[in-house]
Design a protein around this ligand. Structure first.
Ligand code: FAD
Length: 291
């Protein structure tokens, strides 16, 4: 099923993101975790694409398995920056063969080697080029793109970032998913600005439940997200108590999601990080809200 069909229904939706294993030996444990999440019957699930494409085939293996065994709509991520056109076209063909209807078109992060190297020979510089490639495939994919309520770290300012986002949407994105954020007001502000800029596609807020203190540092480092005082206090108080931190992190993410639904947002995506217990707890907290 295409995700646009889910968004068109106008009901509240909750979806979960998982990531593929980095090694063949980890495949079974990741597969089991993703199956546990699938048994929660989320609105859809997404599978990330390994940075640099190293674990690319596992993305499709996990997506295909969930789609076939659990009939949960799947969104497969694909990055392009370190790939040749031939590789990207081969991946697109693999997706078509696997019956994948939804693709998240991403540039991928620049590794220090990529940043230092000569860019003139790159087949892809930005995600917009991958969006065009997916459109040209003629497969009729439902295409997603990434967006950044707190600005992409490489952008000079938000105005420029939103101009590029508009170009990406105009090239064929059917929806957008945001980078994680911990202060909903940053998201509402961003929504106001992109709607003003003429971006009208559905935008799914991406919510990351922080369930251990170590994750905080990693999340901030990767996303550059602003940590509200309310969240910092929670980490200071419970960071050394794993069980308490997990409960508090799930409660904080739930609170963010309820606030989003209450303010008219219908589709929320949770970065559930292959943690079925966290996904289940959030879903249980929302059981009477999402029905
Ligand atoms: P782009 O849309 O290309 O934007 C990157 C930067 O380039 C921005 O600053 C933008 O303003 C600028 N830009 C865009 N177009 C142009 C243009 N035409 N000219 C000049 N500048 C331009 N990474 C993975 O490796 N695997 C994943 O599965 C994955 N999933 C993600 C899911 C989400 C929801 C998000 C938010 C990120 C994800 N990432 C993933 C990380 C992502 O690859 C990085 O954030 C990357 O740095 C940017 O990717 P993008 O697709 O947003 O790039």
């Amino acid at each position: 099923m295409k995700l646009t069909e889910i968004f068109r229904r106008g009901e509240l939706s909750l979806s979960f993101e998982v990531f593929p294993p980095k090694t063949t030996s980890a495949f079974d444990s990741v597969k089991n975790a993703t199956e546990e999440i699938a048994r929660l019957r989320p609105s859809f699930m997404s599978v990330t694409y390994g940075a640099g494409g190293g674990t690319s085939r596992f993305t499709l293996d996990i997506a295909r398995n969930i789609k076939q065994r659990y009939d949960v709509p799947m969104l497969a991520h694909l990055t392009c920056v370190s790939s040749t056109r031939e590789t990207v076209r081969a991946r697109i063909d693999d997706m078509i063969a696997a019956g994948i209807e939804n693709v998240m078109a991403l540039r991928g992060d620049l590794t220090p080697e990529l940043e230092a190297g000569d860019r003139s020979g790159w087949a892809y510089h930005h995600a917009v080029e991958l969006v065009r490639e997916l459109k040209q495939s003629g497969a009729g994919f439902c295409i997603g793109g990434a967006c950044y309520p707190e600005i992409h770290p490489e952008s000079v300012d938000q105005h420029e970032d939103i101009l590029h986002l508009k170009e990406k949407v105009d090239a064929g994105c059917d929806f957008l998913t945001t980078q994680m954020f911990f202060d909903n007001n940053l998201f509402y502000n961003f929504m106001y600005k992109i709607r003003e800029a003429g971006i009208t596609v559905p935008v799914l807020p991406g919510i990351m439940p922080i369930t251990n203190a170590k994750q905080v540092e990693r999340a901030i480092h990767l996303s550059g997200s602003f940590m509200p005082q309310r969240f910092k206090a929670l980490v200071d108080k419970f960071g050394n108590n794993p069980a308490a931190m997990k409960q508090a992190g799930i409660a904080y993410a739930t609170d963010q999601i309820i606030d989003l639904y209450a303010n008219g947002i219908r589709n929320v995506h949770v970065y559930s990080m292959n943690k079925p217990d966290v996904a289940a707890a959030i879903q249980a907290n929302l059981s009477d809200i999402i029905g």
